[in-house]
Write a protein that binds this ligand. Structure first.
Ligand code: AVJ
Length: 315
C-alpha cells in the first residue's frame, strides 16, 4: 500500500533539490540541508551512530520509553493511527506496537528507499496493523493525505529530530502537527542542554562514525547535483553555540579547492566551512513554552535521572 511516485515526480523532486543545494553552496555562508545526510548510506551510518555508547540521545530516550511505557500508553491511548515522522528503520515505533496497539501505522521519511525496506519487513511481522509509507520532505510542509482517518491520530516524533530545526521552523512544524492531530496528540522526544564534554563526545565520537556520516553528505550532494566534491578534501567539525543552545556540524576544507557542477562552480579556501546540521538543545521550560505557542494545551513530561532527555505527550 505505497503511494506511487511517477518518473515525472522523481524528476521534479530531483530538479527541485539541485537548485536548493546550489543556493546553499553559493550563499555567503555555505550550507547543505541536513536532510541530504540521510541517503541510503547516510541512513545506515545514522543507525550506527545510535549504537555508539557516546551518543546518549537514543539510549536515554529508550530508557525513558521503557521505564514509563505504561504511563505513556495511558496518556496516548490505544488503537489509533500512529504517524511516525522520520521513521527511519521504524524500530522505535515498533517498540510501541505492543503497548499502543495501533490499528494503523503510517511511516513518513525523507529517505523513502530505506523506509520501504524497513516497512516491508515490519508488515510481515504485524499483519493486523495496516501500514503505509510515505516519502515526504515535511521540513517544507507536513500534509497528511485525506485518505488517512482524522480520528485518534498520534504523531510520533522521537529522537530529538525536532532539534534539526531553527526554533521558528520547529514552531511552524508543531503548529502543523497540532492542526492535523485533531483529537489526537504528539509524542515527541527532545534533547536537553547539558555540559559540553558530553555533547562533544556524542557529536565527535572517537570511532569517527559521526565524521563519516557528516562527510557522506558530500557524496549525497554529488549524486543530486552532479558535483565533484572529494570527501578527502574536507573534515568533520563540531561547534557548540551557547547563545543559540545548539550543537553545530560543519565540513571544513583542508586545502584550497574548487567544486564544479553542471552550470556552476564554487571556490573554497583552506579552513572554509560548509554548515550541514544544527542540533538544538532545549530546556523543559523552553520546549513547554514552544508547545503552548503551537496550540497544545496539555503536556505530560517524562525524563531520565540525569535530565539528559525529555519525552513529552502534548495534546
Ligand atoms: C537525528 C537530528 C536527532 O541531532 O542528534 C547525530 C542527528 N547528527 N549525530 C542529532 C545527528 C550527528 C541527530 N538527529
Amino acid at each position: 500500500m505505497h503511494i506511487p511516485t511517477t518518473p515525472e515526480d522523481k524528476k521534479a523532486i530531483h530538479h527541485d533539490f539541485s537548485s536548493e543545494i546550489e543556493m546553499g553552496l553559493l550563499a555567503q555562508s555555505p550550507s547543505i540541508s541536513p536532510k541530504f545526510l540521510y541517503d541510503p548510506l547516510g541512513s545506515h551510518l545514522f543507525t550506527a551512530i545510535t549504537l555508539l555508547p557516546e551518543y546518549y540521545p537514543t539510549n536515554t530516550e529508550n530508557s525513558i520509553f521503557i521505564e514509563y511505557q505504561e504511563q505513556i500508553a495511558t496518556a496516548v491511548g490505544i488503537g489509533g493511527t500512529l504517524i511516525d515522522l522520520g521513521a527511519g528503520n521504524c524500530q522505535k515505533a515498533e517498540s510501541f506496537f505492543d503497548a499502543l496497539k495501533p490499528s494503523s501505522y503510517i511511516a513518513i521519511d525523507f529517505s523513502a528507499e530505506y523506509l520501504e525496506d524497513a516497512l516491508n519487513k515490519l508488515a510481515g511481522k504485524y499483519p493486523h496493523i495496516q501500514m503505509q509509507c510515505i516519502g515526504m520532505d515535511f521540513s517544507r510542509e507536513l500534509l497528511i493525505p485525506n485518505s488517512i482517518t482524522k480520528k485518534k491520530r498520534t504523531f510520533f516524533y522521537p529522537g530529538s529530530s525536532i532539534g534539526n530545526f531553527l526554533s521558528s521552523e520547529a514552531l511552524e512544524l508543531l503548529k502543523q502537527i497540532k492542526n492535523q492531530a485533531s483529537d489526537g496528540g504528539l509524542l515527541v522526544g527532545v534533547d536537553l542542554m547539558k555540559e559540553d564534554s558530553v555533547l562533544m563526545a556524542a557529536y565527535d565520537d572517537p570511532l569517527k562514525v559521526t565524521a563519516a556520516f557528516n562527510l557522506n553528505i558530500l557524496r549525497s550532494v554529488n549524486s543530486h547535483l552532479g558535483s565533484d566534491f572529494r570527501v578527502e578534501q574536507f573534515r568533520h567539525k563540531v561547534k557548540i553555540n551557547h547563545i543559540e543552545n545548539r550543537v553545530e556540524l560543519y565540513l571544513e576544507a583542508l586545502e584550497d579547492l574548487i567544486v564544479s557542477w553542471p552550470g556552476n562552480s564554487k571556490v573554497f579556501k583552506m579552513g572554509d566551512l560548509i554548515h550541514t546540521e544544527y542540533s538544538h538543545k532545549y530546556t523543559i521550560e523552553s520546549i513547554k513554552q514552544m508547545l503552548i505557542n503551537a496550540g497544545f494545551q496539555k503536556t505530560q513530561i517524562w525524563t531520565d535521572p540525569k535530565d539528559y532527555f525529555a519525552v513529552i505527550y502534548a495534546q
